[in-house]
Write a protein that binds this ligand. Structure first.
Ligand code: HCA
Length: 395
């Protein structure tokens, strides 16, 4: 029997760690902090429903203290009665926790910046002052019955010993999670693994990974943190978020499925939720975006199309159906006769081999317009040829 290398022979050699994880999606909070993005309360309800259908464990629905509309939206998300826990963001001030409590959230993220840079230039506080604010707020939120995630903003530029002491203190104050925010995306997989391993030495509560993509490493860093033992992994749909954004939900879930055998999430809804966020946020998904870009399962080159038509796995790591997408065979400069046979048959024409060669030449000439040719243009080219055998009138 032929060896199946279709997924990854190296996983067997390098080993697959058993990850124990949950997903916290922050599209409606960090995603909404992307310049120009605003979700209406109705849109937030829709987004929350879709995330819940996928099986996301925690949904960060917003930052309630920001506005009345935000409070209404977060409250309505809470009232949906979803399986996911609903969380809200709160600075380390009681007023923010009160706003979250008013919405009826299950969980709150109490955050404060801890790096010298942020303390000096943003908060204008000493480190002990910031720690006091954070711990008082954690205590207040716990006293009011909330699940508390304590997040050190800019954790990855904070002195390690200070960070470890702070997380240990947060645990003593009964925080339920501690969160490592790679706020400006400074880490790489190696440094993230080290950092999470160090934090695990001092706390027993679950650790969260909140990675930004400033160097394009958010997904890799999230996975590396999870390998080192982090439990709650943060994502946004399409990777939207501050600056270069956050770890994309769709990329993380597919990687968890294919590389770590985690199958508790419904991947078949990923393309739909991506379209939804594209429309509500107004942020277009790049064509070549992994998993959900329009080119993720598109093939044009003659060599690729011929192979994909024979056996899709030649150029598709996984089937488009797995993520609710579809395969597209594109007609263009690189399209060969084999691909044209497949496409023209589906359009209702049966072309002989020599006709396909002529058609391929015509397509090449047209594609000098620097764009793929659509089916209508292809039909005109076919009808311009003599004696083409029409099987049935195409669509
Ligand atoms: C921000 C805060 C945060 C919080 C991260 C977290 C960050 O800067 O808006 O939830 O753990 O990136 O530091 O989003």
């Amino acid at each position: 029997m032929m060896q199946d290398y279709s997924i990854n022979q190296f996983l067997a050699i390098a080993g697959t760690p058993n990850l124990d994880i949950e997903i916290c999606d922050v599209t409606m909070r960090d995603g909404e902090q992307m310049p120009g993005v605003v979700f209406s309360p109705d849109e937030k309800l829709d987004i929350a429903l879709r995330l819940d259908e996928i099986g996301v464990d925690v949904i960060e629905a917003g930052f309630p203290v920001v506005s009345t509309a935000e409070m209404i939206a977060v409250r309505e998300v809470c009232n949906l009665g979803l399986n996911a826990k609903i969380s809200a963001l709160s600075r380390s001030v009681k007023r923010d926790v009160d706003a979250a409590l008013d919405c009826g959230v299950d969980m709150v993220c109490v955050f404060i910046a801890t790096s010298e840079l942020h303390l000096k230039h943003k908060l204008r506080m000493s480190c002990p002052e910031a720690i006091k604010c954070a711990l008082d707020t954690v205590e207040y939120a716990k006293d009011h019955g909330l699940i508390v995630r304590f997040s050190a903003e800019d954790a990855t530029r904070t002195d390690l010993e200070t960070l470890k002491k702070l997380y240990k203190k947060a645990e003593e104050y009964h925080a339920d999670y501690v969160s490592v925010a790679d706020t400006v995306g400074i880490m790489n997989p190696r440094t993230m693994y080290y950092l999470i391993s160090e934090i695990k030495k001092v706390v027993t509560i679950p650790i969260c990974m909140h990675c930004h993509d400033d160097m394009g490493l958010a997904l890799a860093n999230t996975l590396s943190g999870a390998e080192a033992g982090a439990y709650q992994l943060h994502t946004t749909v399409n990777g939207i978020g501050e600056r270069a954004g956050n770890t994309p939900l769709e990329e993380l879930l597919v990687s968890l499925r294919l590389q770590y055998n985690i199958d508790q999430y419904d991947l078949s809804k990923l393309k739909d939720v991506s379209r939804l966020i594209e429309s509500y946020s107004g942020v277009s998904v790049p064509k070549n975006k992994a998993i959900v870009g329009s080119n993720a399962f598109a093939h044009e080159s003659g060599i690729h199309v011929a192979a994909v038509l024979e056996e899709p796995r030649t150029y598709e790591l996984f089937s488009p159906e797995m993520v609710g997408a579809a395969r597209h065979i594109i007609i263009g400069k690189h399209t060969g006769a084999k691909a044209l046979r497949y496409i023209t048959q589906r359009m209702g024409y049966r072309l002989k081999d020599n006709e396909l060669i002529v058609l391929a030449e015509k397509v090449k000439m047209c594609s000098e317009l620097k764009r793929p040719i659509n089916c209508e243009e292809l039909r005109k080219l076919i009808l311009g040829m003599e004696n083409v055998d029409i099987i049935y009138p195409g669509p």
